[in-house]
Design a protein around this ligand. Structure first.
Ligand code: NAP
Length: 261
């Protein structure tokens, strides 16, 4: 794996998928800048990275919707270069077209789409120098809408198209751009949208019988996919792709039942 000496910005590095990716990439030799608003969450992830014997991460307490310039400046000041931008920070809100309000729609789009555009633009001069790459954390909701997650599903579809546009726009600069599209992965995101622990447990149980692999996704699953796409040595032929990390959910579809062999 080719991360020795490479510098990675991980937005949403204080929790879940971003935290897992930061720990994994640091183990593979990367110097990571972890970004989030939750200072305590960042400090806990930084501790885990240090305890696993990797080099200390830069902790940037910041909001991706407002602090793009500072995120990039602090990373370059600390490490002097940038090789990978992992746009992972994201939020979800339960709504349908019947009850969606503009404030929620704007909040979801500001975080899941607009901040990705801003950070991508700010990182471009640095990624061009290193012939680096970008990985966006989308969702299977971008490929197929999820009921009651309407604003979220639209935002992830927009992120997927943004990924493809950037792949074309930035190819001549030697910058690859790809997305991972996870299905249900065990992280705190479900409680953050107001689900009780009991509801989350029920969702994870349901997933076991509707995903062909028979289990819910783990952060290690997304970390492996992100590390693959971000590795210029092994993934140099990949740009503009959506990589579902979904236990087969996209091919199974509605009504899937495991077959007895
Ligand atoms: N878990 C799943 O099943 C699943 C499935 C498909 C896609 N995803 C996607 O995976 C990504 C990570 O989600 P997760 O499951 O790991 O959820 P999570 O545990 O809730 O983590 C979300 C991360 O995003 C950060 N974040 C949110 N808004 C931010 C802002 N304005 N500025 C800076 N950081 C912000 C949070 O940091 P702070 O709270 O510290 O600001 C946190 O680190 C999201 O894009 C999500 O849509 C998740």
């Amino acid at each position: 794996m080719g991360f020795e000496g490479k510098v990675v910005i991980v937005t949403g590095g204080s929790s879940g998928i971003g935290a897992g990716a930061a720990i994994h990439l640091a183990k593979l030799g990367a110097k990571v800048a972890i970004v989030g608003r939750n200072e305590k969450g960042l400090a806990e992830v930084a501790e885990q990275i240090k305890n696993s014997g990797s080099s200390s991460p830069l902790q940037i307490v910041a909001d991706v919707t407002k602090d793009g310039e500072r995120i990039v400046d602090e990373t370059i000041k600390q490490f002097g270069r940038l090789d990978v931008l992992l746009n992972n920070a994201g939020i979800s809100v339960h709504n349908t077209i019947c009850d969606m309000n503009c404030a929620d729609f704007d909040r979801v789009f500001d975080t899941n789409v607009r901040s990705v555009i801003t950070l991508t633009q700010l990182c471009l001069p640095h990624l061009e120098k290193t012939k680096g790459n970008i990985v966006n954390v989308s969702s299977i909701a971008g490929l197929k809408p999820i009921p009651t997650l309407t604003a979220y599903s639209i935002s992830k579809a927009a992120l997927d198209q943004l990924t493809r546009c950037c792949a074309l726009d930035l190819a001549s600069k030697g910058i690859r751009v790809n997305a991972v599209n996870p299905a249900v992965i065990q992280t705190p995101i479900f409680q953050k949208v107001g689900m009780t622990d009991e509801m989350v447990e029920k969702l994870f149980e349901q997933v076991k019988s509707t995903y062909p692999v028979g289990r819910v996704g783990k952060v290690t699953d997304t970390s492996a996919a992100i590390a693959f796409l971000a590795d210029n040595e092994i993934a140099s032929f990949f740009t503009g792709i959506n990589l579902p990390v979904d236990g087969g959910a996209m091919v199974a579809g509605v009504g899937y039942k495991p077959t007895e062999n």
